[in-house]
Design a protein around this ligand. Structure first.
Ligand code: E4P
Length: 213
């Protein structure tokens, strides 16, 4: 399973890269606003650090305006993937961009038929949001399983990018289901390397080492 970092923080991106855990980066308008940087400049800086796919989300909501917004973004680097919402206009824009060879990531996916439409429109990635479904009392992981099954049943090549991941157990379940990619905040990457028995075991090894004759 590929691991993307869901962040526009350059320090976090460098840290994930140094761990060998940076297969790509995803951003969204909230993440860019939090970074407080110029959108295009920050996307360019991210492309300097990441060789894999880097998702840049449009804020336009209508087809033509989405394409206009996508144009300067794709010029930033060959890593750029245009992120579009799973709306009618977003799916149409996906179809237009895919037919020109531009890779897209269809975001805010909350049901399997949106994922089916995205695949038909030639999306490179589909982003089902696990945590936001869990937040309203639905099982977000069911959606990952449903999309995996639909894509496998018909051989769609769109990659399932599990998004809105809140904790390491989400990641374990995504890997077991067979999501192609998971995008995670940096704190989840940190959590992936932690186990209390590792810390206790190391402490004991070092204490025993000090006592050796
Ligand atoms: C994915 O591309 C989104 O940026 C992200 O995973 C959303 O996560 P959130 O629901 O924690 O904001």
């Amino acid at each position: 399973m590929d691991l993307y970092l869901d962040s526009a923080d350059l320090d976090e991106i460098r840290a994930a890269r140094d761990l060998g855990a940076l297969d790509g980066v995803t951003t969204n308008p909230s993440i860019i606003a939090k970074a407080g940087a110029d959108f295009h400049e920050r996307m360019a800086a991210i492309c300097e650090l990441c060789e894999g796919p880097v998702s840049a989300e449009v804020t336009a909501t209508e087809h033509d305006a989405m394409l206009e917004e996508a144009e300067p973004l794709v010029e930033i680097g060959e890593q750029i993937v245009i992120k579009l919402p799973c709306t009618t206009d977003g799916i149409r824009a996906c179809n237009s961009l895919s037919s020109r060879g531009v890779r897209t990531n269809l975001t805010l996916c909350f049901q399997p038929l949106q994922a089916l439409m995205a695949a038909k429109a030639g999306a490179f990635l589909i982003s089902p949001f696990i945590g936001r479904l869990d937040d309203i009392g639905q099982d977000g992981m069911d959606l990952i399983q449903q999309i995996r099954t639909v894509y496998d049943n018909y051989g769609y090549e769109t990659q399932v990018l599990a998004a809105s991941i809140r904790h390491p157990m989400h990641l374990v379940q995504c890997a077991l289901i067979g999501a192609d990619v998971a995008t995670v905040p940096f704190k989840v990457i940190e959590g992936m390397m932690k186990h209390p028995l590792t810390d206790q075991g190391l402490e004991k090894f070092l204490a025993d080492w000090k006592k050796r004759g």
